[in-house]
Each structure stands twice: as structure tokens, then as C-alpha cells.
Design a protein around this ligand. Structure first.
Ligand SMILES: NC(=O)c1ccc[n+]([C@@H]2O[C@H](COP(=O)([O-])OP(=O)(O)OC[C@H]3O[C@@H](n4cnc5c(N)ncnc54)[C@H](OP(=O)(O)O)[C@@H]3O)[C@@H](O)[C@H]2O)c1
Length: 247
């Protein structure tokens, strides 16, 4: 009995991805801070498929101690896939940034993700059928005006995960490391990043359900990157950041 872990499962892309994996009969470990939302999702999944085991674990993943503690709490389960999806953005010119928000963003988007990725790789990289999927952004490949620090956090996610994919392949390890890079998606993201609830000014907005399907497409493929590009098309690609094996 193995599990798919999804961080940031209480809303948006993580929530819809949990439903999508549940429809495939995957046991799930759902992580976020809002326990009630995770329990509501667990009830919804029970209605879809009562045979699935769903475990709810709450943690603030911008706190390194809670990040390590979360990983320890998953130790009693056999894991198949770990999806680091929890993340948020901040919309401001650099001089006007709220530095406590920025610090939390770096801690969550980068520090928490790196710790969880590393622990999972250490324990599971030699296990056949395992995957690590880290959620970046189209902003992890192109810097966007007024989203510079957020994009830099996502460049880190893309570069770290692509580099890990190269490393795993060169070592002949069976684990696959992948990057999902969505573009504008209708979730709580815009409200958290810039206080905007109405996304009608962004006609190319995808639904979280569509992005969850992209997540499954990436999960099913042998490619490393699943990117919503500048033409709003979802494409599965080989790593995009330059990479060299020797310095
Ligand atoms: N929506 C977009 O336009 C878009 C585009 C490109 C990439 N992305 C990326 O997609 C991922 C998912 O975002 P989303 O769009 O689905 O946004 P969302 O609806 O705001 O979901 C974010 C999730 O992260 C969790 N989270 C936030 N802070 C956390 C913390 N400190 N500890 C633990 N969990 C935390 C939230 O849960 P709690 O609040 O319950 O903790 C929530 O479940 C993010 O990495 C985001 O950067 C989004």
C-alpha cells in the first residue's frame, strides 16, 4: 500500500490534483495548514472512492522545524510520489516588498521544498516507480514584471529539480524528478499575491482542474518539465535550464 503526498492540498492546484489522483485510486497524504479544508477534501474523496486511504497532516512548511517533523510523520507510510505544491507569490516592486512576507515566501517556496525533496530522495531514489514533482511556474523560466522575487524562487525550484533529474539519471537511479510549471490559474494564488479575486483581466487563465490534468500528464510521461508556455499551451519537455556535468 503506497501513498502520494501532496503539499498545499487545501486549495487550488493541490486540491484538484488530490481529486485527480484519488480518481486513479491512489492513497493520499494531504498536507497544508488549514485542517478543516483538508478534512472536507478527505470526505469528498471518500464519496468518490471509499477504498482509498487518505491521511491528513497539518504543518506550516515555512517553518523548518515543522518541515522536518512533517517528513518524520510520513515515515510510517510507504511513499510512491511526493508533490511539493505548497507555495505563494508576492506582487510588488522590490523596493516596496513586505520583507516578512518575502521571507516566508523564500522559506516555503525554497527552503521547505529543498528539505522535503532531499529527504525523499535520500530515502526513495533507488526505489522503482517513485517520483518527485515540484511545482514551479512559467515564472520559473521567465521573469515577470513586479513578480521578480517570486519568479526567482521559482527559478530556484526549476533549476533545483531539473538538476536533480540530471543527477538521478546519471547515477542510474529509478526515481524520476519533474517540474510542473503552470501559468495563471484560478486559485487563491492571486488573492494571496496581490489581493485580487477577479481574474477576468487575464483571459488565458486556466482552471485548477485543467492544471491537475497537466499534473497527471506529467506524472504519466518520461519528460522532466511540464510547462504552460507563452502561447498558453501545455507542453512536456526535456530540462530547459543549461546544465554541464564538469566544471
Ligand atoms: N495560480 C497560479 O496562477 C499559479 C501559477 C503558477 C504557479 N503556481 C504555483 O502553484 C502552486 C499552488 O498554488 P495555487 O495556485 O493552487 O494557490 P493556492 O490556492 O493559494 O494554494 C496554495 C496552497 O499552499 C498551501 N500553503 C500556503 N502556505 C503554506 C504554508 N506556510 N505551509 C503549508 N502549506 C501552505 C495552502 O494551504 P494553507 O493555506 O491551508 O496552508 C494551499 O493549499 C504554488 O506553488 C504556486 O506558486 C500557481
Amino acid at each position: 500500500m503506497s501513498y502520494v503526498v501532496i503539499t498545499g492540498a487545501s486549495s487550488g492546484i493541490g486540491y484538484e490534483s488530490a481529486l485527480a489522483f484519488a480518481k486513479r485510486g491512489k492513497n493520499l497524504i494531504l498536507v497544508a495548514r488549514r485542517e478543516q479544508k483538508l478534512n472536507d477534501l478527505k470526505s469528498t474523496i471518500f464519496e468518490i472512492n471509499p477504498a482509498i486511504d487518505v491521511v491528513v497532516l497539518t504543518a506550516d512548511l515555512s517553518d523548518s522545524e515543522q518541515v522536518h517533523n512533517l517528513y518524520q510523520r510520513t515515515k510510517g507510510y510507504e511513499l510512491e510520489t511526493w508533490i511539493n505544491n505548497a507555495g505563494f507569490g508576492d506582487f510588488a516592486p522590490i523596493a516596496d516588498q513586505d520583507l516578512s512576507k518575502v521571507e516566508n515566501m523564500l522559506l516555503l517556496n525554497n527552503v521547505g521544498l529543498t528539505i522535503l525533496s532531499s529527504l525523499f530522495v535520500k530515502d526513495y531514489s533507488s526505489k522503482e516507480g517513485t517520483q518527485l514533482i515540484n511545482v514551479s511556474s512559467d515564472g520559473g523560466y521567465t521573469v515577470v514584471d513586479n513578480f521578480v522575487t517570486y519568479c526567482a524562487t521559482k527559478f530556484f525550484v526549476s533549476a533545483f529539480t531539473e538538476g536533480l533529474a540530471h543527477e538521478l539519471r546519471s547515477k542510474g537511479e529509478p526515481m524520476q524528478a519533474k517540474v510542473l510549471a503552470p501559468a495563471v490559474t484560478e486559485t487563491e494564488f492571486a488573492y494571496v499575491a496581490m489581493g485580487v479575486e477577479d481574474l477576468s483581466d487575464f483571459p488565458q487563465t486556466r482552471t485548477a482542474e485543467e492544471v491537475a490534468q497537466f499534473m497527471l500528464d506529467l506524472y504519466d510521461s518520461d519528460k522532466v518539465v511540464g510547462l504552460v508556455d507563452e502561447t498558453n499551451q501545455f507542453n512536456l519537455k526535456n530540462p530547459l535550464h543549461p546544465y554541464i556535468t564538469k566544471i
